[in-house]
Design a protein around this ligand. Structure first.
Ligand SMILES: Nc1ncnc2c1ncn2[C@@H]1O[C@H](COP(=O)(O)OP(=O)(O)OP(=O)(O)O)[C@@H](O)[C@H]1O
Ligand SMILES: [Mg+2]
Length: 238
């Protein structure tokens, strides 16, 4: 049984604003992401979803407001939005996993090497990284495909490799930006089912952007972003 308190926020955004030049992408976001939940972020194109995800994950430093990350009990909360680039990079590597619409696998590396990258960057020995990568590929139903290059895999298989790479370091939070947006509905369902089965088993918190209501239905809760705010559209589905 999970010991995670589903009501304790692992990420808290307070008054988060972000501008790209004259464009105000986020205009004051207040959002708690609870430990162990799968949160779907929905909303029209250009509404600020990816910008929000990047601010929550420490990829971008918001122009205003704060993002606080509270890792598991015993570790003190960290205000991600006030960390410098080296510390944010380190935190992303140790605590977060990422999956994007087009997996962003390195085309010249095999599946197993792609999955090993975050572990090798984190200092894991190569033999150990290869073993854990192969195990994770197995968990995603990709046994026997570790030696293939991304270009030799189907879209769905390649997305599962991207999910394996994101989960192999046992991140506390998985950030997914339209993780199945490039797949047809069957392929999308396969990837989501297996990804969510694993995150539920591992207790991983998930922040997942999607345009697709059927994808959002896999989440515990959904938040709607419109014009850079979550105000009126906010809907809790559980
Ligand atoms: N790097 C950037 N430089 C300038 N403007 C940007 C940049 N990234 C995003 N924007 C602008 O910020 C706003 C929010 O963009 P964002 O990518 O967060 O939207 P989104 O909700 O993820 O959209 P989509 O569903 O199309 O991916 C848009 O007006 C966009 O044009
Ligand atoms: Mg986006």
């Amino acid at each position: 049984m999970s010991t995670i308190d589903p009501r304790s926020p692992i990420l808290s955004a307070r008054g988060v604003r972000h501008s790209f030049g004259q464009t105000e992408a986020l205009r004051g976001i207040d959002l708690d992401v609870h430990a162990g939940e799968v949160l779907a972020v929905m909303g029209p194109s250009g509404s600020g979803k990816s910008t929000l995800l990047h601010c929550l994950a420490g990829v971008l430093v918001p122009t205003g407001g704060s993002v606080t990350y509270s890792p598991s009990a015993g570790k003190s909360p960290v205000e991600i939005s006030s960390l410098g680039e080296p510390k944010r990079t380190r935190l992303r590597l140790t605590d977060f996993g990422f999956v994007f619409q087009f997996g962003q696998l390195l085309p010249e590396l095999s599946a197993v090497d792609n999955v090993s990258i975050p572990m090798l960057l984190g200092g894991t020995k190569r033999s150990e990284a290869m073993r854990r990568s192969a195990d994770m590929l197995d968990r995603l139903g990709l046994d026997g495909l570790g030696a293939k290059l991304p270009g030799e895999l189907s879209g769905g298989q390649a997305q599962r490799v991207a999910v394996a790479r994101a989960l192999v370091t046992s991140p506390a939070v998985l950030f997914a930006d339209e993780p199945t947006g490039s797949l047809d509905s069957l392929g999308s369902e396969n990837v989501l089912t297996i990804m969510l089965e694993l995150v539920r088993e591992f207790g991983t918190t998930v922040v997942m952007i999607t345009h697709d209501a059927r994808t959002a239905a896999y989440a515990d809760r959904e938040v709607i972003v419109r014009d850079g705010v979550t105000g009126a559209g906010y809907r809790v589905s559980t």
